[in-house]
Design a protein around this ligand. Structure first.
Ligand SMILES: [Zn+2]
Length: 478
């Protein structure tokens, strides 16, 4: 990404620096020069040619980081709202995922990438497991390169074993062509470890090691991956600080100990874990093992791609679990352990650390890349008063309150409007993907996929009769 040359200065905002001390500066300015944060403080002097943005009554925070999102699935936004994980697997892995052509991966990635920056998510890991051919992979990268955000491509292919695609000459050729010297902010290998005692995934881990890239893996997913996968990775020496464990929800203490001891981090997708059934969102466990956390949205086939939802649901799920565990012991939680401030840290620094990018993004401190989000909406009654700034970001703000976004000093959204983005073209591309899927599947299968059967709800026996109060006789009627 090339930064614009024009300096930018935000004036008079409430600045959440997310530096090591989580310094909050009221009425402060953020000065951006040459694509980097030059200074943060009150009453800064800016160059004459600086673009001045009024941040009064707004919150300035670092761009958010999403460490796990299947951008290609954005083409089917909302289709799976009533799915379980089983239905998701059947649709994408077994029945219809193969229908995606390279142009369909492009369409989903393009809309998803635009959605990310619109919501202030300036860095996104595209957990791209629909790369059936090198043409699909090229299409994925073409879309990411067309949008001015930071995108890490996590290369995957659910139609083959990782030991097949990761060792193929086509994959090596792709890596040489598109990753070295390309525009991507990073590159990972994305695959899951099934727990097969023969550990066929070894070959893919060896490729990652040889290329010097991180592995990201869906771990601790009920019914899919479990402690055996973690144990095999650990026993074979493939767990390291760059490893990202997605979900890590259904695991024993032994697995958490192995993750903690090898320095990896967990990407928590709370909304996903709550709806799809990978396991209870694990932050309440991870806190006890001191395992680093980042946040993610997983897929827009169910949920929207903004981290406000992720922060809010993560804080709620953690507290919900803490209350539930206490009530089971007839105890009362009087003080919450998890704070809003911590969740904002996970959405910014936590993501930066997980991706090995903590020196360059994740905080508003001099020298870092200027990935800046201004949350400000003078028309919204929910943006006043701002008393508890971290709490405001987590529980009050929404994506529509994202006023201005900078990526590397470049203005990609201003006054609530995307800048330099052809949203109409992205919509048209997605529309033709939907036409293709509907026509190929047939209308009945398309509708059936979106509307899974509802299991019958058992109505429990009630010892009380349904009754009605009779005011005349002042008695219950039977
Ligand atoms: Zn996922």
């Amino acid at each position: 990404m090339s930064a614009t040359d024009r300096p930018v200065v935000f004036r008079n905002g409430l600045v959440l620096t997310m530096d090591d001390a989580h310094t909050v500066l009221p009425g402060a300015d953020v000065l951006v020069i040459g694509g980097r944060i030059a200074q943060v403080g009150v009453g800064l002097t800016a160059p004459d040619d600086a673009l001045e943005i009024d941040a009064t009554d707004g919150i300035l925070m670092p761009g958010m980081v999403d460490t796990h999102r299947h951008l290609w699935q954005t083409a089917m936004r909302g289709y799976g709202a009533d799915w379980t994980l089983t239905q998701y697997f059947v649709w994408y892995y077994l029945e219809s995922g193969r229908l995606f052509r390279p142009e369909d991966v492009y369409a989903g990635n393009l809309l998803g990438a635009i959605e990310a920056i619109d919501a202030g998510v300036t860095t996104t890991v595209d957990w791209s497991h629909g790369l059936q051919t090198p043409e699909h992979a090229d299409a994925a990268v073409d879309a990411l390169e067309a949008v001015d955000g930071r995108f890490v491509l996590a290369y995957g292919n659910i139609q083959q074993g990782p030991w097949e695609w990761a060792t193929s000459p086509e994959f090596r050729d792709f890596h040489r062509r598109r990753v070295d010297g390309g525009k991507l902010a990073g590159f990972q290998l994305a695959f899951d470890v099934t727990g097969d005692p023969a550990f066929p995934e070894r070959a893919a881990f060896e490729v990652a090691r040889e290329l010097g890239v991180a592995v990201t893996t869906h771990a601790g997913v009920w019914g899919a991956t479990n402690d055996d996968g973690i144990r095999l990775m650990h026993e074979n020496g493939f767990m390291n600080p760059s490893t990202v464990y997605v979900h890590a929800a259904t695991l024993t203490q032994d697995s958490y100990n192995r993750i903690a001891a090898t320095g990896g981090s967990v990407s928590v997708s709370t909304e996903s874990e709550q709806s799809a059934g990978q396991g209870y969102p694990p932050t309440w466990q991870l806190r006890h093992h001191d395992i680093p956390v980042s946040l993610s949205m997983d897929t827009s086939v169910w949920w929207s791609g903004d981290l406000f939802s992720a922060m809010r649901s993560t804080l709620g799920a953690d507290r919900s679990r803490e209350h539930l565990e206490a009530h089971a012991k007839q105890e009362t939680i009087t003080h919450c352990h998890l704070r809003a401030e911590q969740v904002v840290e996970w959405a910014t620094r936590g993501g930066a650390r997980a991706l090995g990018m903590d020196a360059t993004i994740g905080a508003l401190t001099p020298g870092r890349q200027a990935d800046v989000v201004l949350i400000k909406n003078d028309a919204s009654p929910a943006m006043f008063p701002i008393l508890n700034p971290h709490g405001h970001v987590v529980f009050q703000a929404q994506r529509a309150d994202v006023h201005t976004v900078l990526v590397g000093g470049r203005v990609v959204k201003r006054d609530g409007r995307l800048v330099g983005v052809d949203l109409a073209a992205a919509r048209a591309a997605v529309a033709s993907t939907i036409d293709h899927l509907r026509e190929t599947m047939g209308e009945e299968a398309w509708q059936r996929g979106m509307n899974p059967d509802v299991p019958e709800t058992a109505i429990l026996e009630n010892p009380y009769q349904y009754t009605e109060w009779d005011a005349g006789s002042a008695q219950w009627k039977h």
